[in-house]
Write a protein that binds this ligand. Structure first.
Ligand code: SF4
Length: 233
C-alpha cells in the first residue's frame, strides 16, 4: 500500500533536477487538463522544463454547453501562452520558457463513457470512489495516448485542486504507467503556492472559473451548498 508520506511535489523537483531527465523525446509530457484555470499554473511551471502537449479529455462534464465553454477557454489560454512565446522571440529573448510553444489535443467528448465508469457509484460523496473512477478514466486515456505518441511522460493538472486526492491520482498514474509502459510525472501542483498562483493567473487572463467540478452529481451538490448558504444568510 502507498505511503501517505510521499511528497510528490518534491519528487517532481528531484526528477526535474536530474541532469539527463527528459532528454530528447523523453523531454515531452502529455498533460491531461481538466480546465483552463487549473492548467494555468501547471503549464507555466512545466513549460520551463518540458515540451508540453495538453490533452483535453473530460467526458465527466455532463452538459454539452459547459463542456464547450471549458474547452474553448482552455484553447484560448494556450493561445495566450503561445503569443507570449512569439513576443519573446520577436524581442530576441531565448529563455527556456520563451522558446516553447504548447500543443493541444482535444479528446473525444464521450459522456456515456463517464456514466459507464461510475455506474453504481453515483451516490458516493464528492472526493470518494466515484471520483477515483473518474480520475482513472481520464488518466487511462491519457496514458494510452502518451504510449501511442511516444511521449516521455504523462501527468494531469488535477493535483492542483485542494478538492482532489493527490495521493490517489499519483497511485493511479503510477499503476497506469506500468500498464502502458510510459512514465508518469508525479505531482502535487497545489504545493509551492501552485493553487494560489492559478487563482492569480485566472484573474490575469480573465478565465472562466466554474463553480462545480463537472459531472451532474457535483452540480447538484454545489447547488445544494449554495441553497444552504443562502438560507443561512
Ligand atoms: S465530482 Fe468531479 S472528479 Fe468527482 S466524479 Fe464528478 S466530475 Fe469526476
Amino acid at each position: 500500500m502507498e505511503s501517505n508520506n510521499r511528497n510528490y511535489a518534491k519528487e517532481l523537483e528531484r526528477l526535474i533536477a536530474e541532469p539527463d531527465a527528459g532528454q530528447g523525446a523523453c523531454r515531452s509530457v502529455l498533460l491531461h487538463s481538466c480546465c483552463a484555470p487549473c492548467s494555468s499554473y501547471v503549464m507555466e511551471y512545466l513549460r520551463e522544463y518540458f515540451d508540453l502537449t495538453v490533452f483535453y479529455y473530460n467526458p465527466n462534464i455532463t452538459e454539452d454547453a459547459e463542456y464547450r465553454k471549458r474547452v474553448e477557454e482552455q484553447k484560448r489560454l494556450i493561445g495566450e501562452y503561445n503569443r507570449q512565446v512569439e513576443m519573446h522571440c520577436l524581442e530576441g529573448m531565448h529563455s527556456t520558457a520563451a522558446a516553447r510553444r504548447i500543443q493541444v489535443i482535444e479528446g473525444e467528448y464521450e459522456p456515456a463513457c463517464f456514466f459507464a465508469a461510475v455506474k453504481g457509484l453515483e451516490d458516493c460523496p464528492e472526493g470518494g470512489e466515484r471520483c477515483f473512477a473518474c480520475y482513472r478514466l481520464r488518466l487511462e486515456k491519457t496514458a494510452q495516448l502518451a504510449a501511442q505518441g511516444g511521449y516521455g511522460f504523462f501527468t494531469t493538472t488535477l493535483t492542483i485542486s485542494p478538492l482532489k486526492n493527490a495521493r490517489k491520482l499519483n497511485e493511479i498514474g503510477e499503476e497506469l504507467a506500468g500498464k502502458y509502459g510510459v512514465a508518469f510525472l508525479p505531482s502535487d501542483f497545489k504545493k509551492k503556492d501552485g493553487y494560489k498562483r492559478s487563482v492569480e493567473l485566472s484573474g490575469q487572463f480573465g478565465l472562466y472559473r466554474q463553480d462545480y467540478c463537472g459531472c451532474v452529481y457535483s452540480r447538484v451538490s454545489a447547488a445544494a451548498r449554495l441553497a444552504e448558504r443562502t438560507e443561512l444568510a
